[in-house]
Design a protein around this ligand. Structure first.
Ligand SMILES: [Zn+2]
Length: 272
């Protein structure tokens, strides 16, 4: 009887040892693989293109403009599919004639604090189930610490995070997010600054290069036909490029500000 017990004990300990060794190996492999994350901006205005974008495989995130004709329906589809949803917040651009593309709900420099918050809150309510905010345009507004502080106040109060689309090299968004302990990410690569399959493929390669150099990289694309067509092909077998596609939440939790945020609020990657 005792021998049987001893044998089964030995077997039990061996099993534990193997489990620990195996899980450590798997864990270190998956955590050392460079990660990429994809965010598709400008959702809410083109039904056909948006629907195609929302059908992309994997944990792709979507930034939805607040007052488009399809904002509500696309928010619902994204939520149903379990996608991460961001408010794509229109902000004033540096070049005046670009501002005609801002659309309704834009935050501008001439706004008072009251006007700013009123507009921002209407925008937030227009995109249900959002977990973060990123700027649509905003090359002028993201340079201004006063207005960006107001934005960080709101993001902090609502427990959201910020993604700097980085439309200006002089953006102070990351600095202000850090100072306010707001979790944030910064865009690494625009996938389709120039449209067309060839350009998107080149930019996707660039995204992988940055991820391999820095450990992770965030790419932003738009619901253009060529972008969606190339992504739907490349994201099917993203592993063959030696990187892993992760959600924007996962990328955030890997970042320094995300780790700090998770510690402070006691949230885990599953909880945010
Ligand atoms: Zn945009």
């Amino acid at each position: 009887m005792d021998r049987i017990n001893d044998n089964s004990k030995l077997l039990f300990y061996l099993l534990i040892l193997f489990t620990v060794l195996f899980s450590t190996t798997v864990h270190s492999e998956s955590s050392s693989k460079p990660t990429i994350s994809i965010l598709i901006d400008d959702i809410g205005y083109k039904f056909k293109e948006d629907t195609r974008a929302l059908a992309l495989p994997g944990p792709v995130a979507y930034a939805i403009l607040p007052h488009g004709p399809h904002t509500e329906v696309m928010s619902k589809i994204a939520f149903k599919k379990g996608k991460d949803i961001l408010l794509h917040l229109p902000m004033q651009a540096e070049v005046m004639d670009k501002n005609e593309f801002l659309g309704p709900g834009a935050l501008t420099l001439n706004m008072t604090r009251e006007e700013f918050f009123k507009t921002l809150n209407i925008n937030i309510r227009a995109v249900p189930n959002l977990i973060g905010i990123n700027n649509h345009m905003g090359s002028l507004l993201t340079q201004h610490p006063g207005h960006m502080q107001w934005l960080m106040d709101s993001i902090k109060n609502n427990g959201q995070f910020y993604v700097d689309s980085l439309t200006s090299d002089n953006s102070v968004a990351a600095r202000l997010a850090r100072e306010n302990n707001v979790p944030y990410l910064t865009r690494d690569v625009f996938l389709d600054h120039k449209q067309g399959s060839k350009n998107v493929r080149t930019q996707f390669k660039e995204l992988i290069k940055v991820a391999k150099r820095n450990g992770s990289a965030l790419g932003i694309g738009h619901p253009h036909a060529s972008t969606i067509q190339v992504l739907s092909e490349l994201l099917q077998n993203v592993d063959q490029h030696g990187v892993k596609l992760v959600s924007i939440k996962t990328l955030l939790h890997k970042s320094a500000s995300g780790k700090k945020y998770a510690q402070r609020t006691g949230t885990t990657s599953a909880g945010m």
